[in-house]
Structure formats: C-alpha cells, structure tokens
Design a protein around this ligand. Structure first.
Ligand code: ZN
Length: 84
C-alpha cells in the first residue's frame, strides 16, 4: 500500500486509483481526498459511503437512460421524466 508521510504528521494512504481518479486517506484527519483529474475533494468516510451508493445508483440509471435514448427517436422528454 502506497503511503505518503507528510512533515506535519499526516500520512496519506492511497486506497484506490483508476485512470485520472484516486482516493487517499489521512488517518490523522480521518478524511479522504478524492482526486478527479484537476479536482480535489476532501470528504469524510461517511460521505464516501454516500457517494459510492449514489454513484452506483447513477451508473445503473445512466445505463437505463442511455439504453432508452437509443430506443426513442430523440424524444428527450421521456428520458427526462425517468429521472423524476
Ligand atoms: Zn491529514
């Protein structure tokens, strides 16, 4: 496991990475750093769980929306309504 010891006693551990996305954890802060390309988000472990759940739901919904949008001839309204 890759860790990075910072001078102020903070140790960042790389939990996961894929392409331009990575998640680091600092045990001193009990905080996670979510890096997405040029964007860095500092979140709590609790937020990571929420984010993970939301992302999974979004992924499933996205697949449905993308599938249904190919079935319809550019009728955005039906796709839009599925979100609500
Ligand atoms: Zn820290």
């Amino acid at each position: 496991m890759k860790t990075e010891n910072l001078s102020d006693g903070h140790t960042k551990t790389l939990l996961a990475s894929h392409n331009d996305c990575s998640v680091l954890y600092c045990s001193k802060c009990d905080a996670l750093e979510l890096n997405l390309a040029a964007l860095t988000l500092r979140i709590s472990p609790e937020s990571l769980r929420s984010l993970s759940t939301v992302m999974n739901h979004a992924k499933v919904k996205l697949a449905k929306v993308q599938n249904s949008s190919t079935e319809y001839d550019g009728s955005d309204r039906s796709v839009f309504e599925r979100f609500h």
